[in-house]
Design a protein around this ligand. Structure first.
Ligand SMILES: [Zn+2]
Length: 59
């Protein structure tokens, strides 16, 4: 994956990734180990913050 060097973008990504590995909802899997990709309000919010950070960093 490509990231620019903006610390704000990195931080937003790390916050999102960190949430995803700790959150039961985000980590929920079926019997075959396939991620169920359940909707998670926190992940949505962090995802949005990450996208926002990338957009503003690109300017
Ligand atoms: Zn989550």
């Amino acid at each position: 994956m490509l990231f620019d060097d903006s610390p704000r973008v990195k931080e937003a990504f790390i916050t999102l990734a960190d949430h995803c590995i700790r959150c039961r909802t985000c980590m929920a899997m079926d019997a075959e180990g396939v991620n169920l990709d359940l909707p998670c309000e926190d992940a949505d919010r962090l995802n949005e913050a990450f996208k926002q950070a990338r957009r503003t960093a690109a300017v």
